[in-house]
Design a protein around this ligand. Sequence first.
Ligand code: SF4
Length: 529
Amino acid sequence: MTEHTRTDGLPALDPGQGPPVLERARPRNERMAAGKIECNACPVLCQISTGKSGACDRYANADGVLVRVDPVVLLDRAAALGDGAVVPFLVRPSGDTGGPEAASEDRGLFVTGVGASTTYPDYKPAPFVVASRADGVDMVTVVTEGIFSYCSFRVKIDTDRYLGPEQANVRCNGEVVGHVTTAEYGSQMLSLGGVHHLTGGSKKEGRVTCEMMASLGNKSAVELDIDGGTRVVVQAGRAPVVDGVEEARMRVGCGSATVGIFAKQFHGLADEVVVVDDHITGVLSQHQAGRCLDMRASGVRIRGRRSTPGRYFQVANPGTGWGGTDILDPMSIVEGWDAGTAWPGLRLLMVSTTGEHAEWFVLDDALVPRREPLPDAVARVVSRIGDNCEPSLCTVLFVGGAGGSLRAGVTENPVMLTRSIKASLVNVTCGGAPAYVWPGGGITVMVDVARMPDRSFGTVPTPAIVAPIEFSMRLDDYRALGGHMEVVRSLDDALARGAWHRDGAPTGRRIDATLPENPWPLGRAPLLG
Ligand code: SF4
């Protein structure tokens, strides 16, 4: 029978160096087929044949040795030095850890959780607990790949197009994987994934949800169908594709805002301007902006519910037409004209909030609007509306709950980690990207996947999402919160040998340039004052 191989590499550790709890390793699985080894990096406990990888494709059996397939990703603050090449870790004798006292001065290198692997069960220390020195202050960073059951993605889609009703189910390959949530200014919002879809439904729902989440996190395109709405292709940092049409512009503002912004520029060029919008349709002559310009009332009557002067709700149904409504003919929202106020020759501009739709009308003697070509001067203002629209993008934020057992990899007193984060003593990053920690209980982090290294996310078939997380703090604070001081290693040692639990297991490290928009995780604020 093949020897049961462990990811924790305990036999190679000096018993005096490792945490005592690790001595109670699981007994050998007597029923395991010859040639297989067991991976114990997560609860699935895959039995992996030689030359094969486990269910998550993160670990493999290389001639009887369990190896982590992907390299650990380090970030290099001096971008020019980062070449992205994979370099093997050197195996050094156990017990030679370098120790926290051997922390080298800031090398501008940061070990991320991407590829760092996990130590399961959770009472083991995180795989990398790395000491370094930043601006003369001894620091430590606790690094792991968290296995997140409670996690989801918030997706912001910059478009005024109607994607589907709020609360509608969002499907991927026919399975419900999320829902439409509250729209924000100029953007439609989706909430995708989450524990309910991962584990609360059918096996297929959980598997599809998990795959969809990993794809989204890894910046790949995902095709989603919204019940009662559209088919949308979402990819972090890319324009959304709605029913096969790639979006170009995010609206400049709602109809009322557009009226206000461009009122002076339209003044004198048009007698009336109606900015069509699914939220608030603006009517210039009635709007406060028009009043301030002493505009003459036009007598136009607009459908929908008047909110305040010159601002109308519900002029049409939501859709993919003008201004996020379902209208294709802008005159369909004009109920009529007040004959005592309107006049023949009145010039009317109908325009959408992105400037993508614009039509020009002149009232004839019977006060019937007649389409005419857009005058050049008006076209220039319409063009300026478009120029002021930002590109339509999909933003994908990962939300993960790190306030559970993951904390035991950091400290033997988990609530101290939670409190230290809330007290701004600990900087939380995900793959080196800054993470927003929600106020209140627990450690709920939120991070923009576009600021994380490529391929940061993985899956395990429990099902759950694998995502990197790092906790950086002063070494003294780490000691005070009950940190696993016995496995603190110098950065040099981590660079040379890899994770503390990996002795003898070949793996590699890759050094990437840090993204310029990301603050350095060991930076001054708030850690170093
Ligand atoms: S799913 Fe991956 S991490 Fe979990 S036991 Fe299998 S190979 Fe190991």
